[in-house]
Design a protein around this ligand. Structure first.
Ligand code: GLY
Length: 392
C-alpha cells in the first residue's frame, strides 16, 4: 500500500515564475524591498541569456517606430554602471561589464545607405553617434576588412557577459534570502478571481500574494490562466557562435563591431577574457532550437566579410536560443488584468539591456502597487482589447 503524501506547500509574498536574468533581477530587487520572494525554475540562471551576446545596444539597435522603447532602453543603459557595481558587491562576482563602445560599419553601397538612415534617425532622436570614413573605421579597428565603406562610432553602446550576469544574480538572490524551487510551474492558481501562486511540476504548491510571469518565450503557455490574460509572446530563434581569441592574437577587436550584411545584422562582441561572440540569426520557427549548418554558415560568412581574420580562431561553441518576441517588440511590465498577476516578459532583443530597469520598476510596483511612469507605456494591458475600448 502506498502512503498518501500531502503535497509540499510554501507560502511567500511574491512568486516569480522563471529564473532567467529577468526573473532573477525581479526576485533580487523584490527581496531587497523586504518581500518574501520565491523563484520557480528547473534551472535558474539559464534561459535566453545563456545564449545572448550581451550587447547593450540602445543606440545601434534603434529602429523606426520604436522611439518609446528607446527611452526605456536608454534609461536601463544609464543604470548599468551603478547596477553592475551593486550586483558585483552583493554577489562577490565579476559580471563582465565592459564600457567599450560599438562600431557599426557598412560593406557596400546599400549597407552604407542603410547606416546613413540610421544615423539620421539617431540624430533626430538626440543620440550620440559619429560618422566615420572607411579609413577611420580601420584605424580604430585594424582587423576590419579593407572594403569597409564607412561606419558609425557609438561610444555609449557597451556590453556585459550575460552568463556571468545570470550567475551573479543567482548568488545575489540566494544571499538576499530568495527561495528557489527547482521545478517548472505547471499551472497558475486562481482563487476568487485573483492570482494566488502556482502548482509546480514536482507537486509543490506555492501560495503567493503576487505572482510574476517572467518565463521568457514560455510565458504565453502557462496553464490555469484565461487565454486572453496570457502574454502574447512568441519564440524568436537566434543562433550564435563563440570563438576564442588566443593571447597571441590579442587585441583582436577592441569594441563591438556590427554591420547589416545582405539585409541581416551580424555582430562580433569581444570580451576581455578572449571570448568572441558572433551573432545572431533571427528566425521565426516556433520552438525549434536546432543549430543548423545554414545558420552557422551564414554567420561565419557574414562575420568573415567584416573581419576576415576570424577564420584563424578556434570555434568553441554553437548554440541557439529563443528570444521572447512581443507584437510591438517591447516588453510587458507590470500588472495584468488578473489581480495579483504581473508580467515581466517579452523583452525580445533587449533582455540583457533591460535587466536593471526591469528589476527597478517591478520591485516598485510589487512593493507599492504603483507602476513607475517610465514603465507605463509597457503595461501588459495594451494588448487587452476590451480594456482598451473601455478607456477610449
Ligand atoms: N540584441 C541582439 C539580438 O537579439 O540578437
Amino acid at each position: 500500500m502506498h502512503a498518501h503524501r500531502t503535497p509540499a506547500q510554501h507560502t511567500c509574498d511574491v512568486l516569480v515564475i522563471g529564473g532567467g536574468v529577468i526573473g532573477l533581477v525581479v526576485a533580487w530587487r523584490a527581496a531587497q524591498r523586504g518581500l518574501r520572494t520565491a523563484v520557480a525554475d528547473p534551472a535558474p540562471g539559464g534561459g535566453a541569456a545563456k545564449v545572448a551576446a550581451g550587447m547593450l545596444a540602445a543606440v545601434t539597435e534603434l529602429h523606426y517606430g520604436e522611439q518609446t522603447l528607446l527611452a526605456l532602453n536608454l534609461a536601463s543603459a544609464r543604470r548599468y554602471p551603478a547596477f553592475t557595481a551593486e550586483l558585483e558587491e552583493a554577489s562577490g562576482q565579476d559580471t563582465g561589464y565592459r564600457a567599450c563602445g560599438t562600431l557599426a560599419v557598412a560593406l557596400d553601397a546599400d549597407d552604407r545607405a542603410h547606416l546613413r538612415e540610421l544615423h539620421a534617425l539617431q540624430q533626430r532622436s538626440g543620440l550620440d553617434a559619429q560618422w566615420l570614413t572607411g579609413r577611420e573605421c580601420r584605424r580604430l579597428e585594424p582587423m576590419l576588412a579593407p572594403g569597409v565603406r564607412g561606419g558609425l562610432r557609438v561610444d555609449g553602446d557597451h556590453q556585459t557577459d550575460p552568463r556571468r550576469l545570470a550567475r551573479a544574480l543567482l548568488t545575489a538572490c540566494e544571499r538576499a534570502g530568495v527561495v528557489f524551487h527547482r521545478s517548472e510551474a505547471a499551472r497558475a492558481v486562481l482563487a476568487r478571481g485573483r492570482a494566488a501562486g502556482a502548482e509546480l511540476a514536482d507537486g509543490t504548491r506555492v501560495v503567493a500574494g503576487q505572482t510574476v510571469l517572467a518565463a521568457g518565450s514560455l510565458s504565453g503557455r502557462l496553464a490555469g490562466l484565461p487565454e486572453e490574460v496570457l502574454p502574447p509572446v512568441r519564440p524568436v530563434k537566434g543562433q550564435i557562435l563563440r570563438l576564442r581569441v588566443p593571447r597571441s592574437h590579442r587585441p583582436f577587436l577592441s569594441r563591438t563591431v556590427r554591420a547589416v550584411v545582405r539585409g541581416g545584422p551580424v555582430y562580433l562582441v569581444p570580451r576581455e577574457n578572449g571570448e568572441l561572440v558572433v551573432g545572431a540569426t533571427t528566425e521565426e520557427l516556433g520552438w525549434d532550437t536546432t543549430v543548423t549548418a545554414g545558420g552557422v554558415y551564414e554567420l561565419l560568412r557574414d562575420a568573415h566579410e567584416l573581419v576576415p581574420g576570424i577564420t584563424e580562431l578556434p570555434l568553441v561553441e554553437t548554440l541557439a536560443g529563443l528570444r521572447p518576441g512581443s507584437p510591438d517588440n517591447a516588453p510587458l511590465l507590470g500588472p495584468t488584468e488578473v489581480p495579483g498577476l504581473l508580467a515581466a516578459t517579452g523583452h525580445h532583443r533587449n533582455g540583457v539591456l533591460l535587466t536593471p530597469v526591469t528589476g527597478d520598476v517591478m520591485a516598485e510596483v510589487l512593493a507599492t502597487g504603483r507602476l513607475p511612469d517610465e514603465a507605463r507605456p509597457f503595461s501588459p494591458l495594451r494588448f487587452t482589447p476590451v480594456l482598451q475600448e473601455q478607456s477610449a
